[in-house]
Design a protein around this ligand. Structure first.
Ligand SMILES: Nc1nc2c(ncn2[C@@H]2O[C@H](COP(=O)(O)OP(=O)(O)OP(=O)(O)O)[C@@H](O)[C@H]2O)c(=O)[nH]1
Length: 445
């Protein structure tokens, strides 16, 4: 996940500050030198890093901080607030028009994730109860139209296309179609190039002039670091953009782009892409991102993810089955699927305060593999076995192990864990008049 190196370095600097108790101006200056280096190493634009450190230092060396009872805490708070401000303070939303349909034009370089993120946005809007329409304006490669149709189908959103025609005309026609059939918003997936060139900009400007989008979103790849900020500046100068979607933040990017885009271009990041799957899209909240970077976790995003990705009906059913002591292996499988829907374990756990940076990649990867193994084992059981694991005798165990590509020991281990869970649930069974506490997912070994 992005920011790991930055988080670690910032925390080292803060740890030294904390260990000092009372602080002198020189201590803060020393810590700020470390912060500046950490930012530069994370590929933050050098002017942004310099101004950031200057602003924090000015606020931190005042009497109020130095003479407070918790000076180090105060400094960390100042860093957090400045970082939030640097990224734009509040969550910048999409400009929705009162006149339907709202037109969102997606642009960006080839491979930045434009097509994927057009579909992710469509999915996001569908979850809000809207009826989006995707439009194939990238006409130069037939494969691009096909790709949009594939991802469109996955997010249950129709794709308007006219083959390899004139993109300006296609954009215009798609609006008529959207009005006739009540689609809103309209998301235009435009062509990308490997580099910014005049031809591409002319085409984008022509589409913009004809359909006058309410929102021009630039998709940039966080993995290219400083370059992504340069791309954003160039697109903004040539076309005028309203906001940025920063993609591939799940990779081992150092994170500098997230901290620099807004300060350099003046345009906010509106969403971030955190994976290849179409649900891997998060609205960008500067304050939450700052907390995540500083290793304070991001509980709010975690809760939102749980709310949107968890199937409410399934959760109620599980609660009911727990209450009636009927929770079986099929329910366990369902629970594991829901957890998986929230994203890779490393990402989910990284949002829990205090855990970021403490979990080694091997641990989370082991956890993921364990989940996969458990899933394979349960999938190899018959429905009856899932309901009544006590009927699983040695020959059944051998069959299940062979079917799931695991060993009898692993099957035994899962059965043992499940028995322990059942035992725990029994102990938590409601005493007369008392309410049962809510159950979560069983702890990993
Ligand atoms: N890890 C990761 N991969 C992503 C993310 N977004 C997109 N990708 C991958 O990046 C690659 C390029 O994405 P596309 O959506 O095809 O990019 P594009 O900008 O439309 O590219 P062209 O159609 O070639 O102009 C694909 O393999 C995507 O799966 C993300 O947030 N995280």
């Amino acid at each position: 996940m992005a920011f790991e190196g930055l988080s670690e370095k910032l925390n080292q600097a803060f740890k030294r500050l904390r260990s000092k108790g009372r602080l002198k101006e020189e201590d803060i200056k020393e810590a700020m030198r470390e912060v500046r280096l950490a930012l530069l190493e994370a590929d933050v634009n050098f002017k942004v890093a310099r101004d950031f450190v200057k602003a924090v230092t000015e606020k931190a060396v005042g009497k109020e901080v130095l003479e407070s009872l918790t000076p180090a805490q105060q400094v960390i708070k100042i860093v957090r607030d400045e970082m939030t401000e640097l990224m734009g303070s509040t969550n910048a939303r999409i400009n929705f028009s009162s006149k339907k349909p709202t037109i969102i034009m997606m642009c960006g370089l080839q491979g930045s994730g434009k097509t994927t993120h057009s579909a992710k946005l469509a999915r996001h809007f569908r979850q809000e109860g809207k009826r989006p329409l995707l439009v194939a304006c990238d006409v130069y490669r037939p494969a691009a139209i096909e790709q949009l149709k594939v991802v469109g189908a996955k997010v249950e959103t129709p794709v308007f296309e006219m083959g390899q025609g004139d993109p300006v005309k296609i954009a215009e026609e798609s609006l008529k179609y959207a009005k006739d059939y009540g689609y809103d918003p309209v998301i235009l997936d435009t062509a990308g190039r490997l580099h910014i060139d005049e031809e591409l900009m002319n085409e984008l400007r022509a589409i913009k002039a004809r359909v006058q989008p309410h929102e021009i979103l630039l998709v940039v790849d966080a993995m290219v670091g400083q370059d992504s900020v340069n791309v954003a500046s160039s697109f903004d100068e040539a076309l005028g953009i309203d906001g940025v979607i920063l993609t591939k933040l799940d990779g081992d990017t150092r994170g500098g782009a997230a901290l620099s885009v807004r300060a350099v271009t003046g345009k906010p990041i509106k969403f971030v892409g955190t994976g290849e799957k179409l649900e891997d899209l998060e609205p960008f909240y500067p304050d939450r991102m700052a907390s995540r970077i500083l290793g304070m976790g991001d509980v709010l995003t975690l809760i939102e993810k749980a709310q949107t990705e968890m199937d409410e009906k399934a959760a109620i059913k599980t609660a009911q089955r727990l209450k009636e002591n009927k929770f079986d292996m099929t329910d366990l499988l369902e629970q594991m699927k829901q957890v998986k829907n929230m994203g890779p374990l490393s990402q989910v756990l990284g949002m829990i305060p205090g855990l970021q940076g403490k979990l080694r990649d091997e641990d989370t990867q082991r956890g993921e593999r364990e989940l996969q193994r458990m899933e394979a084992i349960i999938n190899s059981m018959t429905l009856r076995e899932r309901e009544r694991p006590d009927i699983i005798n040695p020959s059944r165990k051998r069959r299940i192990a062979a079917g799931s590509g695991t060993s009898v020991e692993e099957v035994n281990r899962l059965l043992k864990q499940f028995r322990q869970m059942q035992q725990m649930m029994k102990q938590l069974a409601p005493k007369k008049g008392k309410r049962r506490p809510r159950m979560g997912f069983p702890p990993m070994r």
